[in-house]
Design a protein around this ligand. Structure first.
Ligand SMILES: [Zn+2]
Length: 282
């Protein structure tokens, strides 16, 4: 019966049915809908996928690379803003990585209608900036179907870290009006013991790869109210970062490689460094 439920829910709405909201059931449902689970890091490791906001115009996939070894769960989200092209490109690669321990969960194209129209904002919806629709201390629930689906994924997974990939129009180091080339952290007593040393390590690492000082990454806090990463930390107590690259003068391949480097560096420091042979296959 579990199998039949999994198939039906995956075709309908995995996230709206209470009995599949437990994490264990999610894995079953996701594994059933995925054709050809692949094991790469050992006999037990697997890759599976599922759908968010199934049967709506917002529907989009998420991917789970499970090492089947105890360790952290890291959620990576890309494509919240449709005019930011590098994050979905980077995430399309990251989702194929097999962590050496723990689980890597990736939503490569969070906002497909906005990506299809190439706009920051979601078309034909009341609250068009998805990254302002997550819960705050004044608003307990997310706004709209897509923010609700992403939020439910996050609360069901309860990841140890959340990484949200974006890009800005200019370099924050030169112009404080843009968030480009920055790591956004959310100051919160529950997480700063983890995020402060991690951010320091990430900044040193990424900036060692950038020759021009004016293009170096900066640290920003706390990001906009109602944004995914800020809400994840403030409302759920989960450490989060936004990794922002810069479109100005930088080709998409460079921007995507910076996203990949930041995610890889995070995973490596968490002892989850992806299996090398798998990364080379991309
Ligand atoms: Zn953005």
């Amino acid at each position: 019966m579990v199998r039949q439920r999994g198939v039906r829910d995956a075709g309908g709405s995995v996230w709206q049915v209470p009995f599949v909201r437990a994490w264990v059931s999610l894995v079953i449902a996701a594994a059933v809908v995925t054709a050809g689970a692949i094991g790469v890091a050992g006999p037990a490791a697997s890759t599976s996928s599922g759908e968010l906001a199934a049967s709506t115009r917002w529907t989009t996939k998420f991917f789970i690379s499970d090492s089947k070894k105890p360790g952290p769960t890291v959620l990576v989200v890309a494509g919240i803003h449709g005019d930011e092209r590098a994050p979905p490109l980077a995430a399309s690669r990251i989702r194929r990585w097999q962590p050496s321990r723990g689980k890597l969960v990736v939503v490569p194209e969070a906002n497909r209608p906005a990506l299809a129209s190439g706009t920051r904002h979601s078309p034909r919806t009341k609250h068009p900036d998805l990254n302002r629709n997550f819960p705050t201390k004044w608003r307990a629930k997310p706004r709209g179907e897509l923010a609700s689906a992403l939020w439910r994924l996050t609360t069901d997974l309860t990841p140890d870290w959340v990484l949200d990939l974006h890009e800005g129009w200019g370099f924050n180091r030169r112009n404080k009006k843009t968030m480009g080339s920055s790591i956004v952290v959310v100051p919160d007593d529950r997480v700063t013991g983890r995020t402060t040393p991690m951010a320091k390590h990430l900044l040193a690492n990424i900036n060692s790869s950038i020759e021009q000082r004016t293009k170096h990454f900066t640290k920003i806090a706390p990001g906009p109210l109602g944004s995914f990463a800020r809400s994840v930390t403030e409302q759920l107590g989960i450490p989060s970062f936004v990794f922002e690259t810069t479109r100005l003068t930088q080709p998409i391949e460079l921007r995507a490689s910076q996203h990949e480097r930041l995610v890889l560096t995070t995973l490596t420091r968490l002892g989850m460094k992806p299996v090398e042979s798998k990364r080379r296959q991309e």
